[in-house]
Design a protein around this ligand. Structure first.
Ligand SMILES: Cc1cc2nc3c(=O)[nH]c(=O)nc-3n(C[C@H](O)[C@H](O)[C@H](O)COP(=O)(O)OP(=O)(O)OC[C@H]3O[C@@H](n4cnc5c(N)ncnc54)[C@H](O)[C@@H]3O)c2cc1C
Length: 501
């Protein structure tokens, strides 16, 4: 009986997961690509729903040719049966099966099949599993309602779950009409819908550029692009910029589009308040000095019905954390081959640090290449991945330069009034968080949570944690969450039962 091919579960079908799945499948690995979205592509290559029959979806994207190449290659592998794409699958836990359990299970199977005493064959081709692992069980909730449980068994796992937006509160930020920058972008790319007629795009980071130009191109009047960082800081990092001429050209392209659509750009400015009764009607924007203080007398009210606001991104680390992988600061730690410190688990893309789609693609390729070799029991040849490794080095240097330039404004917490809601799930105000520290003696985010309920709601602090950490002056440390998604009790109760997809 021949052993089947080794089986890799890739969680996340964005640029990193796609690149890894294709690299591994092209080298003989059987891949199951699991993603919560209805279509592959992740955040960057988000596609309009098929029913919308978008005539020119490429108009909302750059890097469209790369996407066409990836999606064609995916279709070929799916057709050949080497990649199975499970869309609408929300992974809530990845379980390690230890080798002893696995061998016991194989013995049971052998006895059931009357194979006792014969040579034991591992049907999943796990003879070359990384030392110490017996494979993995990926638990997911299927369908848009996330109710129907399913599991996938695999010999190795790649975590490519991307990142999520960092939200910082300010007075009025909970008004209808205030959306995240990425949310506005996702709405535009995924549903071809614009969030309003007149928008202000604000916060900090490179994502604001495609959001402002995308909204303007779709017919929204973009009344201002408000960036709190000082672009002159780029001059001090000219080396990292010069090494990425493509990125500089991309930036110049956005600048040209802002000019063409007459979008006023205000750098070293911030939205200090959003105004409105039932919904957003205007925002107040002010200039910041070098220390992040509002410059007195610079406040200006801008009428708008939409505020798209974002302060950068944070990596998704829950699944890695549940597996016991080392999380460094806010990102999953990986080595040169994109391996985590848990044998059999790789990570790529923004899970390992936020750096954009091109970096995610390079990391995915490196991971796929490494996984294919390691599952064969071979040492990967670094020459086979040298181009991807060079790109990764340059792009990591570039994203470090971006991180340094696009830090959130220093004094943002001073502008958060006591009555501003910080944790939306539990409706906890900034005043309550401050009282937990000043009056009740809380010294870390966890104690604030216990005293105020900030972070105890549906999102389990994923949204409010940076805000609570900032307001309390505590460091933002990775929070241990057992499950990556809210899970119905009934699903937990049957989690041990096999329901392979
Ligand atoms: C809302 C939003 C919009 C963005 N828009 C842009 C943009 O327009 N331009 C740009 O340059 N960058 C954009 N970015 C940044 C973008 O995330 C990256 O540059 C790039 O897409 C990262 O690739 P990735 O493969 O690491 O992750 P992603 O592209 O984020 O892909 C991760 C995938 O994992 C899936 N996933 C996550 N958790 C689970 C789970 N538990 N179970 C199953 N599936 C899961 C997600 O559905 C997603 O498809 C955006 C980010 C966000 C959050």
């Amino acid at each position: 009986m021949a052993a089947e091919r080794a089986h890799l579960a890739v969680i996340g079908a964005g640029p990193a997961g796609l690149a890894a799945a294709l690299a591994a499948a092209g080298r003989g690995v059987r891949v199951t690509l699991i993603d919560s979205a209805a279509r592959a592509g992740g955040q960057f290559y988000r596609q309009p729903a098929a029913g919308l029959r978008a005539r020119r979806p490429r108009a909302l994207h750059h890097g469209w040719r790369t996407w066409e190449r990836l999606s064609r290659a995916l279709a070929v592998q799916v057709e050949a049966g080497t990649i199975t794409h499970l869309a609408d699958h929300h992974v809530w836990l990845v379980d390690r099966v230890d080798r002893v359990d696995r061998l016991a299970r194989m013995d049971r199977v052998a006895r059931m099949e009357g194979m006792e005493g014969t040579e034991r064959v591992d049907r999943s081709g796990t003879a070359h599993l990384p030392a110490g692992t017996g494979g993995f069980v990926v638990h997911a909730l299927r369908g848009p309602l996330q109710e129907d449980p399913g599991t996938v068994r695999a010999d190795a796992v790649l975590l490519a779950t991307g990142g999520y937006e960092k939200l910082l509160p300010f007075p009025g930020w909970t008004l209808p009409g205030v959306v995240t920058a990425g949310g506005a972008q996702a709405m535009l790319k995924g549903t071809l819908v614009v969030p309003g007629r007149t928008a202000v795009v604000a916060g900090t980071g490179p994502l604001l550029l495609p959001v402002a130009t995308g909204l303007a191109a779709a017919g929204v009047e973009v009344a201002a692009l408000v960036e709190s960082a000082d672009p002159r800081a780029f001059l001090r990092r000219a080396g990292a910029l010069a090494a990425q001429p493509g990125k500089v050209a991309e930036g110049a392209g956005y600048a040209a589009r802002l000019l063409r659509h007459r979008v006023p750009l205000r750098t070293r400015h911030a939205v200090v308040e959003a105004h409105g009764e039932a919904r957003l009607g205007a925002v107040t924007v002010a200039a910041l000095d070098a220390d992040g203080h509002v410059r007195p007398g610079t406040e200006r009210r801008i009428p708008c019905d939409t505020l798209a606001v974002g302060h950068g991104m944070l990596p998704h680390t829950d699944l890695a954390d549940g597996l016991g992988c080392r999380v460094e600061g806010v990102r999953v730690h990986v080595d040169e081959e994109q391996r985590t410190d848990v044998p059999g688990v790789w990570a790529a893309g923004e899970t390992t640090g936020v750096g954009g789609a091109a970096l995610s693609l390079a990391e995915g390729r490196i991971a796929g290449h490494s996984i294919a070799a390691r599952l064969r029991g071979a040492e990967p040849d670094p020459r086979d991945r040298s181009a991807a490794t060079r790109s990764r080095t340059r792009l990591r240097a570039f994203s470090a330069a971006l991180d340094a330039v696009y830090a959130p404004p220093a004094r943002w917490t001073e502008r958060v009034t006591d009555d501003t809601v910080v944790c939306r799930c539990e409706e906890v105000t900034a005043g309550a968080v401050r009282a937990a520290v000043d009056e009740l003696g809380a010294g870390d985010v966890r104690t604030v949570k216990l005293l105020t309920r900030a972070g105890m709601g549906w999102c389990q602090g994923r949204m409010c944690e940076p805000a609570v950490a900032g307001l309390t002056g505590c460091e933002q440390t990775p929070v241990r969450r057992l499950l990556a998604r809210p899970v119905p009790l009934g699903v937990l109760a049957v989690a041990g039962e096999p329901t392979d997809d």
